[in-house]
Write a protein of this length. Structure first.
Ligand SMILES: Nc1ncnc2c1ncn2[C@@H]1O[C@H](COP(=O)(O)OP(=O)(O)OP(=O)(O)O)[C@@H](O)[C@H]1O
Ligand SMILES: O=C(O)c1ccc[n+]([C@@H]2O[C@H](COP(=O)([O-])O)[C@@H](O)[C@H]2O)c1
Length: 211
């Protein structure tokens, strides 16, 4: 419309997306995010806190969303990590839908999906996983105990043709898709399962003070 003021476009950012239950967020998440930030030459890593992983439906030990988000904010402090609640806001639970929403919301940003090797092992059970791999490059982080299963997984069988050398990881925004890079950092055995086992009531620390 003549005379209508255009909203200035947000500047282009290189963003690594790390989806998770964060039940709770822990040192391993932070390390992976910071190492991927460096290896992939990112501006930011966004942690997408899942309201409910579609494959973990009915998991009895899933803490309330607010506590998981609070734990992620605490673990992300003073780092180039942003905690995103977009899946709760948009009502998306499937990654393919979340990616579509993110691209609509931030058309000038470039996104790369970051996941641990345990997620790659079951990636073929995600909704439209091949479409996901055609939407964003994927960076897989080696995780103690999961590498064998990840490399032998059905998804890896299909993705193998798109594997890129780790030495070229910073050029992910130029890759034709599907593309996958395997990044090996100093392994961190930390897991949310271990934390929940040691302290099933961990979320009380993050429960909102409504006194
Ligand atoms: N120690 C770790 N090393 C590498 N990747 C990790 C590590 N911990 C978590 N991740 C990755 O971070 C993402 C989110 O993980 P998630 O929130 O499920 O944590 P988790 O520790 O795997 O939880 P749980 O033990 O409940 O399955 C996933 O892609 C997962 O593979
Ligand atoms: O889209 C799917 O079908 C799908 C199936 C399983 C897991 N995911 C996503 O994978 C990410 C890791 O989940 P989690 O619970 O292993 O931390 C999180 O963003 C989930 O939403 C997505």
């Amino acid at each position: 419309m003549a005379g209508a003021r255009q909203r200035p476009e947000a500047p282009l950012k290189r963003v690594g997306l790390m989806g998770g239950s964060f039940n709770p967020a822990h040192r391993g998440h932070r390390r992976v995010a910071l190492q991927a930030h460096r290896a992939l030459g990112l501006d930011e890593v966004w942690w997408l806190v899942s309201p409910g992983n579609p494959l973990k439906d009915g998991a009895g030990d899933m803490a309330p969303y607010a506590a998981r988000v609070a734990s992620a904010r605490w673990m992300a402090r003073h780092a180039p990590i942003r905690v995103s609640t977009i899946e709760a806001e948009q009502g998306t639970r499937y990654t393919v839908d979340t990616l579509a929403a993110l691209r609509r919301r931030h058309p000038r940003h470039r996104f790369v999906w970051i996941m641990g090797a345990d997620n790659l092992a079951g990636f073929d059970r995600w909704k439209a996983w091949r479409r996901i791999a055609r939407m964003v490059p994927i960076a897989v982080i080696a995780r103690p105990g999961y590498e064998g299963a990840a490399l032998a997984s059905p998804a890896m069988g299909w993705l193998r043709r798109g594997v890129r050398p780790a030495g070229q990881a910073k050029r992910w925004d130029q890759w034709s898709l599907p593309a996958l890079v395997l990044l090996r950092f100093r392994p961190d055995p930390m897991s949310a399962t271990a934390i929940r086992r040691a302290d099933p009531a961990w979320h009380r620390r993050f429960d909102e003070d409504d006194s």
